[in-house]
Design a protein around this ligand. Structure first.
Ligand code: NAD
Length: 495
C-alpha cells in the first residue's frame, strides 16, 4: 500500500507540458495547440496536454499500421510479447506510487481506491493477458479424412482505444493489454480531462521494449480526436468505454467509414436489491453505501438504484444512513478520505442538476444533495440519498455518474424483478438474500452482465465485464476479451 509520506512527496511534482506519444517518442501536436489540465482537488491547472487533431490521429494510425506490417510485434512469437508485457507490468508496479498520485491529481479519485484500481489493477491485467497469449491455440477442424481444416487466430491490425476519465489506466489496460498480447497495434485516445496516466503508460511500454508504433497515445478533445479515430479508414476496430451517446456515434462513424468493428462498454443504472432475508443487513448497508459512493459514484457498475423489501425498509435505511454519514469526503490525496473529488466542475454541476430535478419530481432528499468543501476550490459533493423514487422520475431511469442514490421499496420478488429490469440499461446488479433459490432465480431473471450476490463490486480479471441492452456489447476482462482482438482464418487443405 502507498504511504502518506510517498503521496506527499509526489503531490507537487512538476508535470509541465505533455505531448502526444507517436512512433515511440513524445511529440508536439501538428498545430501546437494545448489544453490545460485542471485538478478537481483544488480547481487549479497543474499541467497541459497536447490538443491533438485529425492529422495527429492520422500520424498515429500510420505509425501503428507500419509497425503492424513490419511484423516485429504482430508476427513475433507469443513468448516474446509475453516477455515484453510482463516487463511492462513490472515497471508499472515499480512506478505505482507515481502513477497513482498522477492519476488522482488528474481525476480526483480517492487515493486508496485509485492505487489498487489504477496502477495495480492495470499491471495485473497486463500480466494476465501476457501470460495467456502463449497458451492460446488455433484449432484443427473435425473434417473428413481427405482434407485438413486449420483455424488460425490472427491479430486484426490497428485498434483504436477510447476510454473515460473515471479509471483511465484500469479501463485502458482492459483493452490495450489483450489487443497488444494478440499482436495488434494500438492508438489510444484518453479522456481529455484525465490523460496523464496513459501517456506515462506509453513511455513505460517503450522502456519495457515495446517496438515503436505499437502503442501510440493521442490526447485531445473527444469530438475531434475521438471522431477522427472512429472515422479513420485504416483502423480495424474501436474498443470504447464511455457514454451511450458517444457509443452511438462510434457506430455511425463505422458505418460511414470502413465498417470497423466497434465494441461498446456503456453506462448503467444498476439495481441493488435487498431482500428481507439478507444475511446481514448492516453489512449489506455498508457495502451498498460503498457500492454507490466510492469514487463519488463515478463507477460504471455503481449500484445507483437501491430496491429494498418493505418489511425491512426502515431498518435498512437507518443502517444505510449511518454507513453513508460515516464516509469522509475530502482531499483525495489524504489516505483518510473515503471519497475524493468529483472529476470536474462540469460533472459536479451535472450532478447538482440531477438533484434539483429529483426534488422537483417529488423524491425525498434523505441526505446530501449539495456541493461541499467549496473553500478548497475543488469539486466535492456530499453523498446523496433520495427515497420515494418512483418509475418515470429521471432518477429511476437515467445514469447520474455521481454520488446520488435513488431508493425504491418493493413487496414481492416479481415486483423486484420488474423494477430491476425497467431501465434501458443492463450492466450490473446485486441481490442480498440468504435463500439460495431466490439468489439463483434472481441471477436468471435480472437482465444484466453481472449479478452480484451478497456483495457488490470487486469482480476480478478472471470474469467478463460488460452489459446487455443499452449498456453495450462486447466484454472486457477474462480470456473471452481476447477474442475481440483476434480474427479467425481458415486454411482448407486437400490431402
Ligand atoms: P464520454 O462518452 O463523454 O467520453 C468517453 C470517451 O469518449 C472520452 O475519451 C471522450 O473524449 C471520447 N469522446 C467524446 N466525444 C467523442 C466523439 N464524438 N467521438 C469519439 N470519442 C469521443 O464518457 P465519460 O463522461 O468520459 O464517462 C462516463 C460514461 O462512461 C458513463 O456513461 C459511464 O457509465 C461510462 N462508463 C462505462 C464503463 C463500463 O465498463 N461499462 C466504465 C466506466 C465508465
Amino acid at each position: 500500500m502507498i504511504s502518506q509520506n510517498a503521496i506527499d512527496a509526489l503531490r507537487k511534482t512538476e508535470i509541465g507540458a505533455r505531448g502526444l506519444f507517436i512512433d515511440g517518442v513524445q511529440t508536439d501536436g501538428t498545430e501546437g495547440a494545448t489544453l490545460p489540465v485542471i485538478s478537481p482537488i483544488d480547481g487549479r491547472p497543474f499541467a497541459s496536454i497536447a490538443d491533438g487533431n485529425a492529422a495527429d490521429i492520422d500520424r498515429a494510425v500510420k505509425s501503428g499500421r507500419e509497425a503492424f506490417d513490419k511484423g516485429s510485434w504482430s508476427r513475433s512469437a507469443p513468448a516474446f510479447r509475453k516477455k515484453v508485457l510482463v516487463r511492462l507490468a513490472e515497471l508499472i508496479e515499480k512506478h505505482a506510487d507515481e502513477l497513482a498520485v498522477l492519476g488522482v491529481r488528474d481525476n480526483g479519485t480517492e487515493i486508496g481506491m485509485a492505487y489498487k484500481a489504477e496502477p495495480l489493477s492495470a499491471a495485473g491485467t497486463i500480466r494476465y493477458y501476457a501470460e495467456a497469449i502463449d497458451k492460446t491455440y488455433g484449432e484443427i477442424a473435425p473434417t473428413a479424412d481427405n482434407v485438413l481444416g486449420l483455424i488460425h487466430k490472427e491479430p486484426l491490425g490497428v485498434i483504436g482505444v477510447i476510454v473515460p476519465w473515471n479509471f483511465p489506466l484500469m479501463i485502458g489496460a482492459w483493452k490495450i493489454a489483450p489487443a497488444l498480447a494478440a499482436g495488434n497495434c494500438v492508438v489510444a485516445k484518453p479522456p481529455e480531462i484525465a490523460s496523464l496516466t496513459l501517456l506515462r503508460l506509453a513511455e513505460l511500454a517503450s522502456e519495457a521494449g515495446l517496438p515503436a508504433g505499437v502503442l501510440n497515445v493521442v490526447t485531445g478533445r473527444g469530438a475531434v480526436t475521438g471522431e477522427a479515430l472512429g472515422l479513420h479508414m485504416d483502423v480495424d476496430a474501436i474498443a470504447f468505454t464511455g457514454s451511450g451517446p458517444v457509443g452511438r456515434r462510434l457506430l455511425e462513424y463505422s458505418a460511414r467509414s470502413n465498417l470497423k468493428r466497434v465494441f461498446l462498454e456503456l453506462g448503467g443504472k444498476s439495481p441493488n436489491i435487498v431482500f428481507a432475508d439478507a444475511p446481514d443487513l448492516k453489512q449489506a448497508a455498508v457495502v451498498s453505501a460503498n457500492g454507490i459512493f466510492r469514487n463519488s459514484g463515478q463507477v460504471c457498475v455503481a449500484g445507483s438504484r437501491l430496491l429494498v423489501q418493505s418489511s425491512v425498509y426502515d431498518r435498512f435505511m437507518a443502517e444505510l444512513l449511518s454507513a453513508t454519514t460515516r464516509l469522509k469526503v475530502g482531499d483525495p490525496l489524504d489516505l483518510s478520505s473515503d471519497i475524493g473529488a468529483v472529476s470536474s466542475a462540469e460533472q459536479l454541476d451535472k450532478n447538482l442538476g440531477f438533484v434539483a430535478r429529483a426534488v422537483v419530481e417529488g423524491a425525498r432528499l434523505v441526505t446530501g444533495g449539495e456541493r461541499i468543501l467549496a473553500e478548497t476550490g475543488g469539486s466535492y459533493m456530499a453523498p446523496t440519498i433520495f427515497e420515494n423514487v418512483t418509475q418515470g422520475m429521471q432518477l429511476a431511469g437515467e445514469e447520474v455518474f455521481g454520488p446520488v442514490l435513488g431508493v425504491m421499496r418493493f413487496e414481492t420478488e416479481e415486483e423486484a424483478v420488474r423494477l430491476a429490469n425497467s431501465t434501458v440499461y443492463g450492466l450490473a446488479s446485486a441481490v442480498w438474500t440468504a435463500n439460495l433459490s431466490t439468489a439463483h432465480r434472481m441471477v436468471r431473471a435480472i437482465n444484466a452482465g453481472v449479478v452480484h450476490v451478497n456483495t457488490y463490486g470487486g469482480a476480478d480479471i478472471t470474469v467478463p465485464l460488460g452489459g446487455v441492452k443499452q449498456s453495450g456489447f462486447g466484454r472486457d476482462k477474462s480470456l473471452h476479451a481476447l477474442d475481440k482482438y483476434l480474427d479467425l482464418k481458415t486454411a482448407w487443405i486437400a490431402l
